[in-house]
Structure formats: C-alpha cells, structure tokens
Design a protein around this ligand. Structure first.
Ligand SMILES: NC(=O)c1ccc[n+]([C@@H]2O[C@H](COP(=O)([O-])OP(=O)(O)OC[C@H]3O[C@@H](n4cnc5c(N)ncnc54)[C@H](OP(=O)(O)O)[C@@H]3O)[C@@H](O)[C@H]2O)c1
Length: 353
C-alpha cells in the first residue's frame, strides 16, 4: 500500500509535465496526420446509394432531416418512431427526395423485442443494414430535487441510453457484415452540464463512453460517428420535454409543426456527410469547444457562471433553458395543451412506394 502510494505520488509529479512536453513536440506530426486523414476522407466518400439506412427517432427534428439527407443520396430508408402517422408523411417526402424504398415502422426503442422486430423486418425486406442512426431522445427541464415521482428517472435513462443500445445490439451482426456505420446523437451536455438537465446529461455522458468503448472493441469493423451538438431548433427545443410529473408533454401545435430550416437542416447535412466519410466525431457549433478549456483548466469559472445565471433568473421560475418561455402557464392559455405520447406495443411495418 505504502509502495503504491509512493509510486502514485512520483507519477503525479512526473507524468503530467512529461506528457505536456511530448504533446508539444508531437503536435506538428499529429496535425500533419490529421490533415492527411481529412484529405483522404474528402476523396473517399462512401456511396450510400441503394444501401440501407435505419433511422430511429425519425418522426421529427434531427432524425427527420437526417432521413431527407440520406434520401437525397438515394439510400433505402427504414424509419422508426412511435408516431407512425408522422412517419408516413416523412416517408413520402423522403421518396420524393430520391430514396428508392422507404419502410416505416412504429416501434418503441426502449423495448428490445421491438428493436429485434424492426431490424429483422429490415433484413427480411432489404437483406442488409449499412447505417444505423440513433436519434431517439427525451429531454427534461426540472431540477432533480423538484421531481415528484422517482419512477420517471429510469424512463429518462431508458429513452436516452437504452433506446440507443438495444437497436445497436440487435443491428451489430448485420453492420459487421456490411462494414457499416453507427451514428450516435449525443449532446454538448455530456461534458458541459446544464442545470435542469441532470438525468439527460448523465444519460448522454454514458452514451458517449459506451460508444467510445465499443469503437475500441470493434476495432474498425464498424465505424462509429458521435455527434455532439448544442441548441438546435426541433421539437425538443420547441417544448417537448418531460415535466416533473413524468408525463411527456408539450405544446400540441408545436409538436405537429415540421422542424425545418436553419440549424436542423445544416446539422443533419453535417452528420450525414460525416457518416459517409467515416468520421469519428461531429461537433456543431464548434465554438462550444472553448468551454472544454475552461472545464479542464478553470472549472470554477463555469460553476460561477451557472450560479450567476441561476440567481439572475430565480431558481424555481426559470423559463425553458434557451427559449425564454415560461415552463408552467395557466391552463386557460389557448396555446398550451398537453399531449401524452401513446405507448405503442405492437410494431407495424409499412412500405412507401
Ligand atoms: N434539439 C437540440 O437542440 C439537441 C441538442 C443536443 C442534442 N440533441 C440530440 O439530438 C437527437 C435528436 O433530437 P431532436 O431535437 O431531433 O429531438 P425530437 O425532435 O424530440 O425527436 C426525438 C425523436 O425520438 C423519438 N422517440 C422518443 N422516444 C422514443 C421511443 N421510446 N421509441 C421510439 N422513438 C422514440 C420521437 O418520436 P415519437 O415521439 O414519434 O416516438 C422523435 O422522433 C437526440 O438524441 C437529442 O438528445 C438535440
């Protein structure tokens, strides 16, 4: 024990400065290698035309726009979410944009048997899976201590963590056959925690760690693209959140809105272009990177900033982070209707020709 303590004390003094010196010396070589890789990837782009892309969470937001980007590249699509009436319209749009075949299936990614069924149906119909894009998610806007019902905690972890892992687990043997690609939608909150998002951030951090480990285990047989992004205009940012009571709620009008334009489309383009190039990471917007420096070298600055923001906004009446809209309005407000998302237990499969 004493021996270990002595070794660790010596290493604490020696390793950090030695590593920094080595990093500084190897920086030019590393930069050169990274530029060569970029040049290589800009020339050798996978032709995804007629290949098969499964997208979970395709009924809105980033998932929907990613479907359109793959459609423009003439990929066959399998669109998965619980609201199949929305998937129908999105499938038709994707067909018009160039996807040769589009299947859509109502399924709950939190259930392993649903995931098994939509991947098996994909194999039955197309015989292969080339890309698996995971975009299912549910955010929340409550302080941890405000939650009324602890049973919502596993639900948030289920959707944000296991909802990615089950489809990956089931699709992996087929992705290995096609030397395919997995796309993961994490978020900048996986390393830059924001108040009111504790469980969401925790699930996303777990997701990033899981896929980085899986990348090592797969050793290049299947590529993994991890996308970390900041605030983007989607259902999630337009009011779809989990409230303290645990119901999945949002403004009805906004839930039915088509998320399009600006950052969502731009980001979907970035993700698909990174996936076909086999890139490991996509970041949007990249200026968030500067906070990494603070996190590493001056974490107190971030803590003080968030404290300052929280006290300026008032702890219990803060608006949705980033939207400036009140969380709870009076029920007489005509804009506000709650929608509890139906729980689909039987997956349905449909083809748009
Ligand atoms: N928007 C942002 O600003 C932002 C920022 C950082 C990271 N992200 C990440 O980007 C990804 C996409 O976010 P988004 O903004 O596009 O969210 P979104 O518009 O709310 O879309 C979430 C999708 O997940 C589906 N879904 C939720 N639970 C499901 C379940 N149990 N089974 C099957 N499908 C389910 C929803 O469809 P149904 O309701 O029809 O099932 C919907 O299609 C997420 O991973 C999110 O964490 C978003």
């Amino acid at each position: 024990m004493l021996m270990m303590d002595t070794i660790n004390s010596v290493l604490n003094w020696v390793v950090p400065p030695a590593s920094l010196v080595m990093l500084a010396l190897s920086w030019p070589t590393l930069t050169f290698i990274s530029i060569c890789e970029r040049i290589y990837h800009s020339f050798f782009v996978e032709d995804i035309g007629n290949k098969v892309v499964v997208i979970t969470g395709a009924s809105s937001g980033i998932g929907e726009q990613i479907a359109y980007e793959y459609a423009k590249k003439r990929a066959n699509l399998v669109l998965v979410a619980r609201r199949d009436q929305r998937l129908r319209g999105i499938s038709e749009n994707a067909r018009r944009l160039g996807a040769p075949n589009v299947l859509f299936m109502a399924a709950d990614v939190v259930k392993e048997e649903d995931c098994r069924r939509f991947i098996n149906d994909t194999i039955t119909f197309f015989g292969r899976v080339d890309h698996l894009v995971n975009t299912t998610s549910l955010g929340h806007t409550f302080y941890f201590e405000e939650a009324n019902d602890a049973s919502v905690f596993p639900m948030l972890m289920d959707i944000n963590f296991w909802g990615n892992i089950y489809p990956t687990y089931v699709a992996l043997p087929f992705l290995k056959q096609s030397h395919g690609q997995i796309v993961v939608n994490a978020t900048v909150e996986n390393w830059l925690p924001l108040p009111r998002m504790s469980l969401y951030s925790a699930a996303k951090a777990a997701l990033v760690n899981f896929y980085e480990t899986l990348r090592l285990e797969l050793n290049g047989e299947v590529g993994i693209t991890i996308a970390t992004h900041g605030w983007i205009g989607t259902e999630m940012t337009r009011g779809k959140f989990m409230l303290e009571e645990g119901a999945e709620m949002q403004w009805k009008e906004e839930r039915e809105l088509q998320a399009s334009g600006g950052p969502v489309e731009e980001f979907a383009k970035l993700i698909v272009s990174a996936a076909v190039r086999g890139s490991a990471i996509v970041k949007f917007p990249s200026w968030y990177n500067v906070f990494l420096l603070y996190k590493m070298f001056a974490p107190d600055v971030l803590t003080w900033t968030f404290r300052l923001l929280s006290s300026a906004q008032g702890m219990r009446t803060t608006p949705f982070v980033g939207t400036r809209r009140p969380l709870l309005e009076s029920s007489s407000s005509p804009r506000r209707r709650h929608t509890v998302v139906p729980n689909t237990s039987v997956p349905r499969i449909q083809l748009v020709e």
